[in-house]
Design a protein around this ligand. Structure first.
Ligand code: TNX
Length: 536
C-alpha cells in the first residue's frame, strides 16, 4: 500500500473533525490533465439555475473520485449515497462515500451552509474538488440533481489510461421561485402500479419537482386500502375506465411510495375526491350515496353524476375514518379533498359538506387542499384552492386570504392533446403544444392572483385516455419539464428559444430512462448516441 496521503481539499473539509484521524485514503496527487475547454454556462440544465458562472476549467470524474459528507449527518450521507448510485447508473463508476481508505484523487463534498431557503444550494466545481453547500440535506439533494445533469454522456478515454467524465467548472447559485412544484397522477381512471409511480418520481426528482399529488379516488375506482372500510378497494378498486382490472395500493404499497418519494425530497399529497366523483365508493357502500339508488360500477368517462348524502352522520364518520387512516401514513402536510364538479350536489349541501370536512382534515394534523370550487365554502385561510378552471373561484379564495395552487387547465393540464393529431388526451380546455405549455407566467396568469397569493404550480395528468405507462409518458414528456422550469426559474431568466435547445438535449436521459416522449417538431431534438444502455 502506498503511503496514505490526503488531498488538501479533504484536509480542509475534515479540519477539526475526529474523522480526519481515521482517514487513510491514499491521496496521490491528481495527475495533471489538460481538459478540453468546457463551459458551465452552456450546459443544458433543466430547470435553469438562477446564476451560473463558468470558469472554463473542468473537474475530472473518474475511478479515483470519492464523495464525503459531514460526520454524524445521516441525511447528507444519504444524499451522498444517492448521488453515488446515480453516478454508477450513468457511468459505471462506483464512487465511495466517506471512504477512509483507497486511492482518492479528487472529491465531492457535501457541506452545511447558511442559506435561508431550505432548497437553496451553492455548487462550486473546481479542478480538484466539487463543493456542495446548502442549509439542508434537501438543498444538497437538489444540487446532486444538478450535478447528475452535468455529467457528460460519454467518457473521455484519451486523457488517461482510464475513462474520465469531465464536468464543466465554475459556480452555480440556485434557489427555487416557488416552494410547491408539483405534478398529479390520476391513478383512479386507470390504475398505475407502484413501479410506474416510482419511475415518475425518479424523473420528477431529476428535474427538481417536489410534490406528487395522487388522485386516489374517483367514479371509476378507489385505489387506496382503508382497513376500516375494506369493500372500498375490494369492490371499488375492481375496475377502471374501459373495464380493465383496476387495482389499488395496499397501505404498505402507499407507505413504500411515500418512502421512495421522501428519499428524493418529494412530498406525496393524497386526494380523496368528494362529495362528487364518488361512484366507486358508493358502489362499495351504498349507504354513502345521496340519490337513493344502488349504483353500479362505472367504466365510462362522464363526470359530475355522483354525490354523497351530505346530511348523513354516517358519511362524516366514514370520512373521518378515511382521513385518519390516510393521514397516519402520510408524513406530508397536505390532504386534498377534491371538491370539483359536484354537479348533482345542491349548492347549500356542497358548502355544508366542505365546511364539515375541513375540520376533520385539520383534526388529523393536515392542511386542506381542494379544487377551486371549494372557495365557495367558509374556509380557513390555511386552506389552499387549486385553480384549474374558474378564475372567479380562485379570486374568491384570494379574497378569503387563502393561497392558490396554479393548475390552469388551458396551460398546465398534461392530459390535453398537443394538437389535433397527437395521440391520447382530451382537448376540452385547449390543445397544448410544448411551447404553449412553457410560455406563460404563473405569477401574472390571473389578474386577481398576485405572486404573494401563489403557493406554487402543479401539472395534473388525468388518465381517462391512458392505460399504460408509455401512454402516460407520451402526454407528460416533454411538457412536464417545462412546468418544472416554470416552478423553479424566475421569469426574467426564461426564454422558449433558449429553453428548447436545453430540452432537445434531454434525449439521452429519456433514452436511458426508457421514456416515451412526444417528439414535437417545435423542438430540435438531439439524437442520442449511447455506447450501452445504462440507466439513471
Ligand atoms: C376535469 S380537473 C376534471 C377531471 C377530469 C379532467 C379531464 C378537475 C378538477 N376535474 O375529473 O379528469 O377534467 O381533463
Amino acid at each position: 500500500m502506498k503511503t496514505p496521503s490526503i488531498p488538501r481539499s479533504l484536509t480542509r473539509f475534515l479540519a477539526g473533525s475526529a474523522l480526519l484521524a481515521g482517514v487513510a485514503a491514499c491521496m496521490d496527487p491528481a495527475p495533471q490533465i489538460d481538459f478540453p475547454q468546457t463551459d458551465l454556462a452552456a450546459q443544458p440544465l433543466i430547470p435553469k439555475p438562477v446564476s451560473v458562472t463558468a470558469s472554463g476549467a473542468a473537474f475530472g470524474l473518474d475511478q479515483y473520485t470519492a464523495i464525503y459528507s459531514p460526520q454524524d449527518d445521516a441525511p447528507r450521507a444519504a444524499v451522498a449515497a444517492f448521488l453515488s448510485d446515480k453516478i454508477q447508473g450513468k457511468t459505471g463508476l462506483r464512487l465511495p462515500v466517506n471512504a477512509q481508505d483507497g486511492e482518492v484523487h479528487r472529491a465531492i463534498y457535501l457541506q452545511a451552509g447558511a442559506q435561508d431557503n431550505p432548497e437553496a444550494y451553492h455548487l462550486r466545481i473546481s479542478p480538484d474538488s466539487i463543493l456542495i453547500t446548502s442549509a439542508t440535506a434537501n438543498g444538497a439533494m437538489l444540487a446532486a440533481q444538478t450535478l447528475r445533469q452535468l455529467i457528460p454522456e460519454q467518457a473521455n478515454d484519451t486523457l488517461a489510461p482510464y475513462p474520465i467524465w469531465p464536468l464543466a467548472g465554475g459556480e452555480i447559485t440556485d434557489v427555487p421561485e416557488f416552494g410547491y412544484r408539483g405534478a398529479m397522477l390520476d391513478v383512479a381512471r386507470h390504475f398505475f402500479s407502484v413501479e410506474d409511480v416510482k419511475k415518475y418520481l425518479d424523473v420528477m426528482a431529476y428535474y427538481k419537482l417536489n410534490v406528487l399529488h395522487l388522485h386516489l379516488t374517483d367514479d371509476q375506482g378507489w385505489r387506496i386500502e382503508i382497513k376500516s372500510w375494506p369493500r372500498l378497494t375490494e369492490v371499488g378498486g375492481s375496475t377502471e375506465v374501459g373495464g380493465g382490472p383496476g387495482g389499488f395500493y395496499t397501505q404498505e404499497d402507499y407507505k413504500e411510495l411515500v418512502r421512495y418519494a421522501a428519499e428524493r425530497y418529494i412530498t406525496i399529497v393524497p386526494e380523496v375526491d368528494m362529495p362528487g366523483h364518488t361512484n366507486a365508493a358508493s358502489v362499495a357502500y351504498p349507504v354513502l350515496n345521496g340519490n337513493g339508488k344502488t349504483p353500479e360500477l362505472y367504466t365510462g368517462t362522464r363526470v359530475g353524476f355522483s354525490t354523497w348524502d351530505t346530511r348523513k352522520d354516517t358519511v362524516y364518520q366514514f370520512i373521518d375514518d378515511v382521513v385518519r387512516e390516510i393521514s397516519a401514513i402520510t408524513p406530508g402536510p397536505y390532504f386534498h379533498i377534491g371538491g370539483d364538479e359536484s354537479h348533482v350536489t345542491q349548492e347549500d349541501d356542497y358548502v355544508y359538506f366542505i365546511n364539515k370536512v375541513e375540520p376533520i382534515v385539520q383534526k388529523y394534523g393536515k392542511q386542506v387542499i381542494g379544487w377551486d370550487e371549494v372557495a365557495h365554502a367558509d374556509l380557513d385561510n390555511t386552506t389552499i384552492a387549486q385553480f384549474w378552471a374558474d378564475e372567479d373561484n380562485a379570486t374568491l379564495a384570494v379574497e378569503k386570504g387563502m393561497k392558490v395552487l396554479l393548475s390552469p387547465a388551458r396551460k398546465a393540464y398534461l392530459d390535453m392533446q398537443y394538437d389535433s393529431i397527437s395521440e391520447y388526451g382530451l382537448h376540452w380546455a385547449a390543445y397544448i403544444p410544448v411551447d404553449t405549455a412553457y410560455i406563460w407566467n404563473p405569477a401574472t396568469y390571473a389578474a386577481g392572483i398576485s405572486r404573494e397569493h401563489i403557493l406554487g404550480i402543479e401539472a395534473p395528468l388525468w388518465s381517462e385516455t391512458i392505460a399504460e405507462i408509455s401512454e402516460l409518458e407520451y402526454l407528460a414528456f416533454p411538457r412536464l419539464l417545462g412546468y418544472a422550469e416554470l416552478g423553479w426559474t424566475p421569469e426574467s431568466q426564461r426564454s422558449w428559444e433558449e429553453y428548447k435547445l436545453r430540452l432537445a438535449a434531454q434525449t439521452p436521459y429519456f433514452k436511458r430512462m426508457d421514456i416515451r416522449y412526444y417528439p414535437s417538431a417545435r423542438v430540435p431534438w438531439e439524437e442520442p448516441d449511447l455506447p450501452e444502455p445504462l440507466r439513471d
